[in-house]
Design a protein around this ligand. Structure first.
Ligand SMILES: *Cc1c(COP(=O)(O)O)cnc(C)c1O
Length: 583
C-alpha cells in the first residue's frame, strides 16, 4: 500500500476521498467544501459563506451618527515599503480566517454609503448592480466570444442598444464594448481613430505625427492614451477654453484646424468632454462637428473621429423625453432649470462617432463598468478586425474578440451597467440625478445665507458646490469679488487660498478622527486647488493666481438638507479653530 497512491486508490466508487488517502488528497477533501458545489441540493457552501462575509463586512458600517469611515479606526495599518515583505504561507488557511482578514482590509476606508461622504465623483453602487456584477464570479463567463458566454453576452448587446437609442442612434447599427474605465474608453476611441485616419498604421505602426485635439479642461487620461498608443503625448493640441463658460473655444479650434489643414497635417480625433469631472462643463459639440467637417483631412488620410468623453455627463441624456413644462417628477424650478441646461448641452452627443460612459460615476454602479459606445458598428468592427482564430469556434453571432483590446473579459461590468439601466430605468435615473441636484442647490442656498462664505462657482451645473470661507467679520462676497477681479488683491487671494487649505485640512483631520460637532461626526469633504484662475490671470501666467475653494460633491441617495446644514456648522467650527491657531 505504502506508496501506491495513484488516483484509483484515492477515491472510492462514489467519488469520496478515502480515509487513508495521501495528504494532498486530504487537502482536497477540505477544499471541496470551499469551492462552490457542482450540483444542486445540500447546502451551497458559497451561498452560506457569502452571506457570512456580507454580514461581516456590514459590521464595519458605523452606528447611526457614526463617522464617515468604516470600522473603528481610520489609521493606516501597515508601513511602506516593509508591507511588501509578505510571503506566501506554507500551509493553507481556513476560509473564515481569510475572509475575516479580507474584511479587515476595509477597516478605516472612507465609507461610500455614508451621507457624510461628499469628497468626489464617488457614488454608492445600487444593489442591482452590485449583485449583478457578483454573479459572473461564480460561473466565470468570459465575454471574449460566444462560446464561453452565450446568453450572458446579452447584457453587453442590450446595454449597447439601450444606450445607442438613448443617444439618438440606430441601435441595431451601433455597438458597445465594456472596458476598463473612462480612460479605457478614451484609449478605444484613439485606437479607432488611428485605424481610421492612418491607413496601414495597424500593420506598420504609427509613423505620422497626426494630432489629437482636446480642450484645456479635458481629462488628463489623454496622456495615458496618446502615450500608450505610441502616437506620443506631444501630439495632443490643447484648445483654449472660453473664460466665461470654460467650454472649448470653437474659434480657436477652427484656427488650429485651418492651420493643420494648410500644413497638410492630419487630425486623428477631436475630443469633446461632455461633462468635466468637477465643474460639469460640456464642450459645444454641434459647433465642433461643424468646424471639423469644414476642414477634412488631407488626401490619403481617413476622416477624423469625433469622440465624446461623456463618462461624467452621459446620464443627463435620460432627460431627453422629460416634459419640462408639466415636470411630472415635480422638481423645484431651480433644479429644473439646471437639469434643462445640462440636457441642452448633452443632447448634441448624437453627432459624435463614439461615446465613453462610466457607470461607476453617474451610473451609480461598482467599478469597473465603463462602456465604449460607437455609432457605426460595421465600420468599427471591420477596421479594427484582427484575423480569425481557428481554435475558438464561432458558435454565436457575437464574437468581440476580433476587435477588443482585452482578450479574456469579465462580464461583471456589462452586467452592472445593464442591471442598472433595467433596475433604475429612465425615471429612476432622473430621480436620483435630480434629487442630488436638489440637495446641491440647497447647499448653495445655505452658503449664500452666510456673510462669511461665498459660492465660488455659482454657474456650476453639476453636483459640486465650491465655496470659500473667510475669517470672522469678513464680507465674503465683497472680498472674493476684489480678489477675483483686481490684481491689487493678489496677496489677499493667496492668503485666502491658504486659509481654504487650512480649513479643508482641519475638516479632513476631524473626519479621520471621527471628531463630533453637535454630537455628529465631521463630514468628509474636499478642497480644490485651482478650479479656475482669477479674472486678472486669465492666461494662467501667474501660477499663484488661481482660486482654492472648499468643495462638497454629494452623490449619495442618503444625503439630505440636514446633512448639508451640518456641513456649514462644521466648516464654521473648523474656520474658528484655524483662526485661533493662527493667532
Ligand atoms: C474620470 C474621468 C475619466 C477617466 O475615467 P476612469 O473611469 O477613471 O478611467 C476620463 N474623463 C473624464 C471627464 C473623467 O471624469
Amino acid at each position: 500500500m505504502a506508496n501506491n497512491n495513484d488516483a484509483s486508490n484515492v477515491w472510492d466508487n462514489d467519488g469520496k476521498i478515502l480515509g487513508n488517502a495521501p495528504r494532498w488528497a486530504a487537502y482536497r477533501r477540505q477544499l471541496n467544501n470551499e469551492f462552490p458545489a457542482p450540483f444542486r441540493g445540500g447546502t451551497d457552501s458559497l451561498a452560506a459563506s457569502m452571506k457570512k462575509a456580507v454580514e461581516m463586512i456590514d459590521r464595519l458600517r458605523p452606528e447611526a451618527d457614526g463617522p464617515a469611515f468604516l470600522g473603528k479606526s481610520s489609521k493606516l495599518t501597515y508601513s511602506y515599503p516593509e508591507v511588501k515583505n509578505a510571503r506566501i504561507p506554507q500551509k493553507s488557511d481556513t476560509l473564515d480566517n481569510v475572509i475575516s482578514d479580507c474584511v479587515g482590509l476595509f477597516e478605516g476606508m472612507p465609507d461610500v454609503s455614508s451621507p457624510l461622504t461628499m469628497s468626489n465623483v464617488w457614488p454608492q453602487p445600487n444593489n442591482a448592480s452590485i449583485i449583478a456584477s457578483m454573479l459572473p464570479l461564480i460561473f466565470a463567463p468570459n465575454i471574449i466570444e460566444g462560446e464561453y458566454a452565450w446568453n450572458v453576452h446579452k447584457a453587453e448587446l442590450e446595454s449597447g442598444g439601450m444606450l445607442a437609442d438613448l443617444f439618438g442612434w440606430e441601435s441595431d447599427k451601433a455597438g458597445a464594448i465594456y472596458t476598463y474605465g473612462g480612460s479605457g474608453c478614451w484609449f478605444y476611441s484613439l485606437k479607432y481613430a488611428l485605424s481610421r485616419v492612418l491607413p496601414g498604421s495597424r500593420e506598420k505602426g504609427v509613423r505620422t505625427d497626426a494630432k489629437v485635439l482636446v480642450s484645456a479642461q479635458a481629462h488628463y487620461c489623454r496622456q495615458n492614451a496618446t502615450d500608450w498608443s505610441g502616437l506620443g503625448m506631444d501630439n495632443v493640441i490643447v484648445i483654449p477654453t472660453d473664460p466665461e463658460t470654460n467650454q472649448m473655444d470653437v474659434n480657436a479650434l477652427e484656427n488650429v484646424l485651418r492651420d493643420l489643414s494648410e500644413k497638410k497635417i492630419p487630425v486623428v480625433e477631436v475630443v469633446c468632454t461632455m461633462g468635466t469631472t468637477d465643474a460639469s462643463v460640456f464642450d459645444p459639440i454641434a459647433d465642433v462637428r461643424r468646424v471639423m467637417d469644414k476642414y477634412p483631412n488631407p488626401a490619403g488620410y481617413g476622416k477624423a473621429l469625433l469622440y465624446a468623453d461623456a463618462v461624467c455627463g452621459w446620464s443627463w441624456q435620460v432627460f431627453k423625453n422629460y416634459d419640462f413644462e408639466t415636470n411630472p417628477l415635480g422638481f423645484s424650478q431651480s433644479a429644473l432649470g439646471v437639469i434643462k441646461k445640462n440636457y441642452e448641452q448633452i443632447k448634441g452627443i448624437h453627432l459624435a462617432d463614439a461615446v465613453g460612459i462610466d457607470f461607476h460615476k453617474f451610473g451609480f454602479s461598482p467599478y469597473i463598468s465603463s462602456c465604449f459606445l460607437y455609432r457605426d458598428a460595421a465600420e468599427f468592427e471591420n477596421i479594427m478586425r484582427r484575423g480569425s482564430y481557428a481554435y475558438l469556434q464561432e458558435v454565436t453571432p457575437y464574437n468581440p474578440m476580433y476587435y477588443t483590446l482585452e482578450v479574456s473579459r469579465s462580464a461583471a461590468g456589462s452586467l452592472a451597467g445593464w442591471a442598472t439601466l433595467k433596475y433604475l430605468g429612465i425615471e429612476g435615473l432622473q430621480s436620483v440625478l435630480g434629487g442630488i441636484l436638489e440637495v446641491r442647490l440647497y447647499m448653495d442656498s445655505l452658503v449664500e445665507r452666510q456673510t462669511e462664505m461665498v459660492v465660488a462657482d455659482p454657474d456650476d451645473t453639476g453636483f459640486i458646490t465650491l465655496f470659500r470661507v473667510y475669517p470672522k467679520g469678513t464680507d465674503a462676497r465683497r472680498q472674493f469679488a476684489k480678489e477675483l477681479s483686481d490684481r491689487e488683491y493678489r496677496a489677499d487671494l493667496i492668503a485666502g487660498n491658504k486659509f481654504q487649505q487650512a480649513v479643508g485640512e482641519k475638516m479632513f483631520q476631524w473626519y479621520l478622527e471621527g471628531h463630533k460637532i453637535n454630537g455628529k461626526p465631521t463630514p468628509h469633504i474636499a478642497y480644490s486647488t485651482g478650479f479656475r484662475t482669477a479674472s486678472w490671470n486669465e492666461d494662467g501666467s501667474d501660477a499663484e493666481g488661481t482660486v482654492y475653494a472648499l468643495k462638497t460633491y454629494p452623490m449619495n441617495v442618503y444625503n439630505n438638507p440636514s446633512v448639508m446644514d451640518h456641513v456649514i456648522t462644521c466648516v464654521l467650527a473648523a474656520r474658528d479653530e484655524v483662526e485661533n491657531e493662527m493667532k
